[in-house]
Write a protein that binds this ligand. Structure first.
Ligand code: BES
Ligand code: ZN
Ligand code: MN
Length: 505
């Protein structure tokens, strides 16, 4: 795999000395600016100059100010500004300075006392978001510009001497978080012609080798043997045959419970014989974003040595048209033995995911299934583009799942599922129908289909279609946002809080 996801910024930690380059100064009220630790570190001359300037500048909210030897970037924040918002502010600052050819940036950690302030986590936040802000999908450009790419060369964190060690640890984990999220973004952005199911397999193998995870791959022949008729049916129209990828830690981990991370790996979604029209097929190379995220998250969990037991399952196929394609009205025999009536070959994701869910339940013992997929346009219609849709079969864990969304920056918002929606996916001639019977609540119909196969195991479905590509307010370069990598990392860290689920069996 190309190294485009690797971090190129030099992160430093210091407890003394002068600030380097532009120092970023968050403030709530104008009066606070001169009291910040950062302003305390600049030269007296600059400070005096700043004092007079503050009075003159009519609007202080996001201002880059050169003070002779020192430069500062003022960022106004709210008292209520939370972790999620701070992340986009950091990215906004970094991208702005990059565009303005500022190569060195400093932060004084003492100025970032936001919510539960802990030097390690704020360092992690600054570092990971700097790396996200720095990412470019530049693989396909012919040459580097003559004067090079604009670059952020270094980010220095100024801390109290007693925090040096914990901040160093935060930098280390922040680099891994940023890199792995960028890995997911890089993979999602790859054109469909360059990332087929077999390519995704090769990448999953090299990633697993790199981070010391165990991997098993079932090819079409193996899938026929176990009768995974859903995944095989969806993949039939493409020359590149489907696979099921299974990744897990080499050794049993300390914490109780087994988590299954499942990601939709449709490398390109034409819609099949229900072919997508107009603009709808655009960006469907990103229909493997769920797969990219669970893969990168697994690599991240392994490198951070978070001691949970997990199994990552990636069903991958290309939803292509040809004389071999599965048809509307076809009835597929899924791995579970249940038959699936194909209402639409464009609702392909849920079919391949059903077989992955079943495989996990058949050959392992999941306590909680967490599944990520760019499943429905309906979820985008419902929620817009700033939050993924959260569905869970267990209402007790919903507050925890939402909290993880807030703190990780991968924001989620609930939509309903439950027995009262089961009639939506009743099929005339098979055990289950792959689309909703009415035109309402399409995202819920998708969730109910998956739940049909996951039940009775506790189940979380994140429909990440709304977060597939960056929104203006994300402060990221266009393309994939890598949604889910940070979410799953924080979910893994919170494993013990899923007592209600894990303690049940
Ligand atoms: N991959 C699409 C959903 C999608 C659409 C993701 C736009 C991101 C952006 C999915 O396979 C699909 O085509 N869903 C259909 C379902 C329908 C046929 C029941 C949809 O949303 O139209
Ligand atoms: Zn799809
Ligand atoms: Mn589709």
């Amino acid at each position: 795999m190309d190294n485009f996801y690797k971090n190129k910024v030099d992160f430093k930690v210091k407890s003394e000395g002068r600030i380097e380059g532009v120092v970023i100064v968050p403030f709530v009220q104008k009066e606070d600016i001169l009291k910040t630790a950062a302003v305390g570190l600049i030269e007296k001359k600059s400070r005096d100059f700043l004092k007079t300037l503050i009075k003159k500048i009519p609007k202080l909210d996001f201002n880059l100010i050169d003070l002779g030897t020192d430069s500062i970037l003022l960022i106004k924040i709210d008292k209520e500004t939370n972790w999620r918002i701070v992340q986009t502010l950091i990215r906004q600052a970094l991208r702005f300075l990059k565009e303005n050819n500022r190569e060195k940036i400093s932060f004084c950690l003492a100025d970032w006392k936001i919510q539960s302030f802990e030097p390690k986590s704020i360092a992690e936040l600054i570092v990971s978001n700097s790396i996200l802000a720095d990412f470019d999908f530049s693989r396909y450009y012919k040459t580097e510009p003559k004067d090079g790419w604009t670059k952020i060369k270094s980010v220095s964190l100024f801390v109290r001497p007693k925090d040096l060690a914990s901040v160093r640890a935060g930098i280390k984990s922040g680099i891994l978080i940023g890199q792995e999220t960028n890995r997911a973004r890089f993979l999602s952005n790859l054109p469909g012609g360059d990332l087929k199911p077999s390519d995704l397999v090769a990448i999953a193998q090299s990633v697993s080798r790199e981070v010391g995870l165990k991997i098993k791959v079932l090819n079409a022949k193996n899938l026929e043997k176990i009768k995974a008729g859903g995944l095989l049916g969806v993949g039939r129209g493409s020359k590149d045959k489907p696979y099921l990828i299974i990744i897990e830690p080499r050794e049993k981990q300390k914490r109780a419970g087994e988590f299954h991370f499942i990601g939709k790996g449709i490398t390109f979604d034409t819609g099949g014989l229900h072919i997508k029209v107009g603009e709808n097929m655009k960006e469907m190379q990103m229909d493997m974003s769920g797969a990219a995220s669970v893969l990168a998250a697994s690599a991240l969990i392994a490198q951070l040595k978070i001691p949970i037991n997990f199994v990552t399952l990636i069903p991958t196929a290309e939803n292509m048209i040809s004389g071999e394609s599965y048809r509307p009205g076809d009835i597929l025999k899924s791995l579970s033995g249940q038959s699936i009536e194909v209402g639409s070959p464009d609702a392909e994701g849920r079919i391949v995911l059903a077989d992955a869910i079943t495989y996990g339940k058949k050959f392992y013992q999941p306590n909680l299934i967490v599944e990520l997929s760019t499943l429905t346009g309906a979820s985008m219609i419902a929620l817009g583009t700033k939050t993924a849709a959260l569905f869970t079969s267990n209402n007790k864990i919903e507050p925890l799942l939402r909290r993880i969304g807030e703190s990780s920056g991968d924001y989620v918002w609930p939509l309903p599922m439950g027995d009262e929606y089961a009639a939506e996916i009743k099929a005339p001639f098979a055990d289950v129908l792959n689309i909703g019977k009415t035109r309402y609540g399409g995202a819920t119909a998708g969730a109910m289909f998956l739940w049909h196969f996951a039940q009775p195991t506790d189940f979380v479905h994140l429909d990440i279609a709304p977060r597939m590509t960056a929104d203006e307010s994300d402060q990221l370069n266009q393309g994939s946002v890598g949604f889910g990598v940070r979410y799953l990392k924080e979910l893994a860290e919170a494993a013990e809080e899923f007592k209600d689920v894990v303690g049940k069996k």
